[in-house]
Design a protein. Structure first.
Length: 458
């Protein structure tokens, strides 16, 4: 490969060629060559937003003229490839961003205010919170639409009986709607957790070692105490109660919220993959990818890719926990750096999985008749729990066990029940009807839908 092609490839954004959960989502690369949410270009832009936010905070507190802040690098757009190259020498991308901003600022006095008093971690941590907030907003939008589709499906199939499966086997009857409602609840809960975490994402402003000594020296203790709140307001983040250079609770809160959301999406996707198998066929997806060699196949691609995201997340969360536990002294030596790629990938997976989940729910349908047909495969044995509760007190455990053993050997269960001397005491057809033993399935649907609507899902 020619050198210029290698350079181009190494400097290019990832389009999702080998990571299709991102392609076509807000996290994927754009046709204009820029990255989507969580990509390097997004991070670089957030670094600039953080630096400008610090200048805005200075101006708000009256220590820097507002007009001077406007003179800082007007129209500046960071060169991501150049920043990445320069970061090899400095160990983080903030230093080259600051240098680029100063080069693009004609007024020497304005340039002197750039990054004044701050440390690299203040700016990068703040930028990552900005990126996370954008990522959560995109994911929440997609999850809202997905949840709305699940509400409609749950209501449409509220009372349609199906076989509940435990450990992969038929257990007792459920309704299709109740199964959907369980996944709906998980998505709505995850969405709420993401919103709560997004509202609490803090800015970072501690100075070199978290003591804010530089700001006290520059502006005095009173203004230095006000500066973090002003910085947070300028960046639309939460005001930090204290610097969190080595107290990485915002990163862990974010990781847990993203992990909860992707797990909820993964569980839904797992159900879809199972229920769309031809031998089950209780669900279908109205669009799907084909096979390169088997033209009859319609693969549930969105579900498969959401599952792939869910499989990748635990390692990323583990890496973030490990980094948080090793964030020593007043500024970490490597643990902080280990967070960046893990958090970036986690956010991109969150956005990509949410987009895929939205597409999946929009195309998802359920076949109530096929669900009923699958219920009949056990010839009534799926209500054996009900039969035990009703019949054992009347005919005794030994006779009941004999009935079940003969049914398992092939004698129709209805025939065995009608042959019992006590058969006149019950309605055999009613007793064996799976739809009469779905418990609170319908109520669970109603409660899940109500909870979703309380969260603004329609």
């Amino acid at each position: 490969m020619p050198t210029d092609e290698i350079d181009s490839a190494l400097g290019a954004d990832v389009f999702g060629l080998l990571d299709p959960v991102l392609a076509g989502s807000g996290a994927g690369a754009r046709p204009d060559g820029g990255t989507g949410i969580g990509g390097d270009a997004h991070v670089a832009a957030a670094l600039v937003r953080a630096e400008r936010g610090l200048l805005a905070a200075y101006a708000e507190l009256g220590v820097m003229p507002r007009a001077l802040a406007a003179e800082v690098a007007p129209g500046f757009r960071p060169d991501v490839r150049a920043l990445a190259s320069s970061a090899l020498e400095t160990g983080n991308p903030v230093v080259p961003v600051v240098e680029a901003l100063r080069r693009r600022t004609d007024d020497p006095e304005a340039a002197s205010w750039i990054h004044r008093g701050a440390t690299s971690q203040d700016i990068l941590d703040t930028a990552l919170m900005l990126v996370a907030k954008d990522g959560i907003a995109a994911a929440v939008e997609d999850l809202s639409v997905a949840a709305s589709d699940l509400v409609a499906l749950a209501l449409a199939h509220r009372d349609d009986p199906a076989a509940a499966r435990t450990l992969g086997q038929h257990a007792v009857p459920i309704t299709v709607g109740a199964r959907i409602a369980g996944r709906l609840r998980a998505l709505v809960r995850a969405r709420r957790t993401l919103l709560d975490v997004a509202a609490a994402l803090p800015a970072q402003l501690g100075g070199a070692a978290g003591t804010q000594a530089s700001f006290v020296e520059l502006f005095g203790s009173e203004l230095a105490a006000q500066l973090p709140s002003a910085f947070a307001a300028a960046t639309a983040l939460a005001a930090p109660p204290a610097p969190w250079h080595t107290d990485r609770y915002p990163i862990l809160d974010l990781a847990h919220a993203a992990g909860l959301a992707i797990a909820a999406m993964g569980a839904l996707a797992t159900d879809v993959v199972t229920l769309t198998r031809p031998e089950i066929a209780e669900a279908s997806v109205q669009h799907g990818g084909g096979s390169s060699t088997m033209p009859q196949k319609r693969n549930p691609v969105d579900a498969v890719l959401v599952r792939s995201a869910a499989m990748r997340v635990p390692a990323l969360i583990g890496q973030l926990h490990n980094a948080a536990g090793l964030a020593g002294d007043e500024r970490p030596d490597g643990a902080w750096h280990a967070e960046w790629p893990a958090l970036q990938e986690l956010l991109r997976l969150l956005v990509g999985a949410a987009a895929r989940t939205r597409a999946l729910c929009a195309a998802l349908t359920f076949d109530a008749e096929r669900a009923r047909a699958n219920l009949a495969l056990s010839d009534g044995m799926i209500v054996s729990e009900r039969l035990a509760l009703v019949l054992k007190p009347r005919i005794g455990a030994a006779r009941f066990a004999e009935v079940i053993d003969r049914a398992a050997a092939g004698t129709p269960l209805a025939e065995l029940l009608r042959a019992l001397p006590e058969a006149a005491e019950w309605d055999v057809d009613d007793l064996l009807d799976p739809a009469r033993y779905t418990g609170r399935s319908g109520a669970l649907v109603d409660e899940a839908v109500r909870a979703a609507r309380d969260e603004g899902i329609r």
